[in-house]
Design a protein around this ligand. Structure first.
Ligand code: NAP
Ligand code: MG
Length: 479
């Protein structure tokens, strides 16, 4: 039996405060189904307080007058503190989210730390331009912070996505309100303590926890200037609507049903390894390559080898060193994924995995592969967000392109081929925000990430994210 953490608080205006309602909600370990914490449940009034604190810090606190190099110093300090506490953060995230510990400790948190450092570097390099003008005018642009920015975070990679929002927002001089998903508040709350320890002025970062009502109060709040959201397309649409009240700046990183396309001119072992990335994070990854397009002439061989390799993946407790596949996030999500597997059994052929219970406790689902899937089936069009791969045959380049683009989503794509001209030709025609060639899922803080079509609006990471957190003012001076 794991120790239940003491009741948590909200971080507002530099202090840890109780939720006004005094209500709480439990948080669980999805591997054991045990409660591991009690989280403060914020309401609309708490959101109001957080907005007031963030507004005050933005307009009159020491933050707006702090030199960019000092803002950078604070971001570097936070990155160092995260590094110092990496193991503790990874254990919290792992026990609340269920992803394999080694993925969190060796890839995700180090990536988040690099992202903080990348944007710390930008804090001193964001400014406007001087425009050409006649001799009696001086024309220039100022690049200014947007104001109070809210980051609404999902449960699949809580710390990484909190940093994707926090780092560029702070580097550009904004103040921030973070709302973690109700399933995974723990690591964001610990991040809040490290933010305080780093010495950020009061109210520059605020954290409110609670169910989706808190998210709704944020997206309709008249004094929030920008929302950065990662999560489902359905909620993204709602946020866009409620943000219209005061024309908030909105960036959305939403769902996907990404094509990963394999031509038979490439090495089969490497190709199958690339296809197996669908099971990373139990498939609870927005850019997971779930629609696996395999060229007809090696379809049977490919499916055989992929099923063989998928069966070797180690399912188990996420803290265990050899674990590759942990549990899904919750009972509700487990039931949803199982329903999709049952639907898949009707629509296509089950090649490996399936819907049987894996262990007595924990929301584990076997890596599952369906063959003879057609691109118009529901399992090939709807986001399952679990370890479920659809193997779809294709004839040639045109057929692959046409099927790959037949989706409401457009987050990412993979192309595996030795023919470099074909790779470039296809990369230009695929309607997704990211294209990987002969690799899949590599993210880098220098490379913008976001979606075409219903996968989102705006680009996080890279230089492009600075546009999300700044606005341009034109200054025209008669000399
Ligand atoms: P979700 O409902 O989109 O939730 C994501 C975040 O938005 C959470 O912090 C959530 O708060 C908040 N939220 C929910 N409703 C809101 C509203 N009306 N206004 C403002 N904020 C709101 O995602 P989910 O329920 O966790 O998962 C549902 C499905 O979304 C998954 O099965 C998957 O298909 C997809 N998903 C995609 C991603 C991605 O990275 N693209 C990530 C997660 C989920 P609460 O947690 O308090 O409800
Ligand atoms: Mg929810």
């Amino acid at each position: 039996m794991q120790k239940v953490l003491n009741e948590t608080k909200l971080m507002i205006g530099g202090s840890w405060v109780e939720a006004k309602s005094n209500r709480t909600f439990p948080t669980y370990n999805p591997a054991t189904e045990e409660q591991i914490g009690t989280i403060a449940c914020a309401n609309k009034e708490d959101v109001d307080e957080a907005v007031k604190a963030a507004r005050k810090a933005f307009e009159t606190g020491p933050w707006p007058s702090l030199a960019p190099k000092e803002k950078a110093r604070l971001l570097y300090k936070l990155s160092d503190l995260m590094e110092e506490h990496l193991e503790e953060l990874a254990i919290l995230e792992c026990s609340n989210n269920g992803r394999a510990y080694h993925e969190i400790a060796n890839l995700q948190i180090p990536g988040a730390i690099e992202t903080l450092r990348y944007y710390a570097g930008w804090a001193t390099k964001v400014y406007g331009e001087t425009a050409p003008s006649t001799s009696d005018y001086f024309n220039c642009t100022l690049r200014e912070a947007v104001g109070v920015c809210a980051g609404i975070i999902p449960w699949n990679t809580p710390l990484v996505l909190a940093i994707w929002k926090l780092a560029p927002a702070l580097a550009c001089g904004n103040t921030v309100i973070l709302k973690p998903a109700e399933q995974t508040s723990l690591s964001t709350l610990r991040l809040g303590e490290l933010i305080q320890e780093a010495g950020f002025p009061q109210g520059v970062v605020n954290i409110v926890t609670g169910p989706d009502d808190v998210g709704k109060a944020i997206s309709s709040h008249p004094d929030i200037d920008k929302i950065a959201f990662t999560g489902s397309t359905e909620v993204g649409r709602e946020i866009l609507k409620s943000s219209a009240s005061n024309f908030k700046h909105v960036s959305l990183e939403l769902g996907g049903k990404s094509p990963n396309i394999f031509f038979s001119d490439t090495n089969i072992e490497e190709a199958v390894k690339g296809a197996l990335t669908i099971f990373y994070g139990q498939g609870q990854v927005c850019f997971a390559g779930t629609r696996i397009f395999v060229q007809e002439d090696w379809y049977a061989e490919f499916a055989e080898l992929m099923a063989e390799e998928a069966q070797k993946l180690v399912i188990g407790p996420p803290m265990q060193k050899q674990t590759q596949v942990g549990p899904l996030i919750s009972k509700e999500h487990y039931d949803r994924v199982i329903r999709y597997i049952q639907l898949g059994r009707k629509e296509a052929d089950l090649k490996s995995g399936g819907d049987e219970k894996v262990f007595e406790k924990g929301y584990y689902v076997k890596p599952t592969i369906f063959t003879h899937v057609r691109n118009n089936m529901r399992i090939a069009q709807e986001e399952i967000f679990g370890p479920v791969a659809c193997l779809i045959p294709f004839k040639d380049e045109n057929d692959a392109l046409q099927q790959a683009n037949q989706s409401n989503y457009g987050l990412a794509a993979g192309i595996w081929t030795k023919d470099i001209s074909r790779a470039f030709r296809m990369a230009k025609k695929i309607k997704t925000g990211t294209v990987w060639v002969n690799c899949y899922g590599q993210l880098n803080q220098t490379m913008p990430f976001g979606g075409y079509k219903e996968s989102g609006i705006g680009r996080e990471l890279g230089k492009d994210a600075l546009d999300l957190y700044t606005q341009v003012k034109s200054l025209i001076v008669k000399i």
